[in-house]
Design a protein around this ligand. Structure first.
Ligand code: FAD
Ligand code: DHB
Length: 389
């Protein structure tokens, strides 16, 4: 088999790239290790920046999103019992939308099927070969048969645990990592959201986040120990803990119910450089991870897709390889800004095991600055809605 671009990974990065390239007449094959249902069962991000929203439009997959999303003009931050709003619209005239990663992925799979894009599910043993030559190819097993696809380029969109990053020799690759000493326990419940905006809460018992998916679907998180397990957290214990971490007036309004999903995610910052090796490009979680506090994971994956889509279009349509040569540098410049924001918001809002009284005073002073100073609010707003590409 031969195609122009093999996309390893059928998560949001791979599917969005595939759809954007398809609109430009560039042929792709997506290789996904799991089934479609499995990919769609993963509950992950919920907040989309305008850049990603615009790409969904460009990919022709925005209809359901435009109908069902919530537009959020701001977000709330609480410190113990005190709650304040950062109004993006007033500060910088922009917004974000609430539309789950599951829905984004769903819409992209539907579009790929409707346009006869080739996706091979349940592939095993993917190996990316000869990307440092002009004739790369990818081998794998599917349906019990060994298969090979020859191509011009490989897009490594296979997430943090994928094979693409590992294909880049260790002598070329440099990895930067910070592991945070806590995780997030998240639940999804068929209950109305407690507030019309998200609430990011810093409390003496640790961080909490009140988010949502729609009028009757809420997503809540509490900071937990890395050693905690989902089995140790009953729904009742979760709701009790959440209520103790958010302002009383909000806790009084909280509608609780059985969880329909419960999971724990560790928090880490990670970047692998460079994001290109020969004819292999890394995209999204394959190259970088952010702690989820600033809602930047999916959105940063989308900005990589933007640069790679532009670079490949320039190569195929204008016969110009400048975009390809600049991909890694352009993507990484924005990645490090998202890393900085995610790291800063994580430090601002969580309780750390070794925090001194001085550290706590500094954290409080920073939150006060965000509460009362427009310059600090503007910086937060610009980063939260997403820096320009
Ligand atoms: P992924 O979504 O990881 O997709 C990669 C795909 O590649 C997967 O479908 C995988 O099955 C496939 N794959 C892997 N290896 C192979 C292989 N060898 N061969 C073929 N296919 C392969 N971000 C936020 O902004 N907010 C959140 O609340 C949030 N929560 C998260 C919770 C968890 C548990 C995780 C892991 C991430 C979370 N993120 C969150 C981050 C966000 O979901 C990711 O940034 C986003 O999914 C990145 O998309 P991606 O397509 O690059 O990678
Ligand atoms: C959600 C997750 C986040 O990490 C975040 O910052 C905001 C919202 C969510 O799952 O809804």
């Amino acid at each position: 088999m031969r195609t122009q671009v093999v996309i390893v990974g059928g998560g949001p990065s791979g599917l969005l790239l595939g759809q954007l390239l398809h609109r430009k007449g560039i042929e792709t094959v997506v290789l996904e290790r799991q089934t479609r249902d499995y990919v769609l069962r993963r509950i992950r991000a919920g907040i989309l920046e305008t850049g990603l929203v615009n790409m969904m439009r460009e990919a022709g997959v925005a209809d359901r999103m435009e109908k069902e999303c919530f537009v959020h003009h701001g977000t709330c931050i609480s410190y113990e019992n005190e709650l304040f709003d950062i109004n993006f619209k007033k500060l910088i005239g922009q917004n974000v939308i609430v539309y789950g990663q599951t829905e984004v992925t769903h819409d992209l799979y539907d579009a790929r099927e409707a346009t006869d894009g080739k996706t091979i599910f349940e592939v095993e043993g993917v190996q990316i070969r000869d990307v440092d030559s002009d004739a790369p190819y990818v081998t794998f097993t599917a349906d019990g048969k060994d298969q090979r696809i020859d191509c011009d380029f490989v897009a490594g969109c296979d997430g943090f645990h994928g094979v693409s990053r590992q294909t880049i020799p260790e002598t070329v690759r440099k990895e930067y990592e910070k592991v945070f000493p806590f995780g997030w326990l998240g639940i999804l419940s068929e209950t109305p959201p407690v507030h019309d905006e998200l609430i990011y809460a810093n409390s003496s018992r640790g961080f909490a986040l009140c988010s949502m998916r729609n009028d009757n679907l809420s997503r809540y998180y509490v900071q937990c120990a890395l050693t905690d397990t989902v089995e140790e957290w009953s729904d009742e214990a979760f709701w009790d803990e959440l209520k103790r971490r958010i302002p009383e007036s909000i806790a009084d309004e909280l509608v609780t119910g059985p969880s329909i999903e419960k999971s724990i995610a560790p928090l880490r910052s990670f970047v692998s450089e460079p994001m290109r090796w020969g004819r292999l490009f890394l995209c999204g979680d394959a190259a970088h991870i952010v702690p989820p506090t600033g809602a930047k994971g999916l959105n940063t994956a989308a900005s990589d897709v933007h640069y790679l889509n532009e670079a490949l279009a320039q190569y195929y349509l204008d016969k110009d390889s400048d975009g390809i040569d600049q991909y890694s540098e352009k993507a990484l410049t924005r990645v490090w800004k998202a890393e900085r924001f995610s790291w800063a918001t994580t430090n601002l809002l969580h309780r750390f095991p070794d925090q001194s009284e001085f550290d706590l005073k500094m954290q409080r002073a920073e939150i006060q600055s965000l509460h009362y100073h427009e310059t600090a609010q503007k910086w937060f707003a610009q980063n939260y809605v997403g820096l320009p590409y």
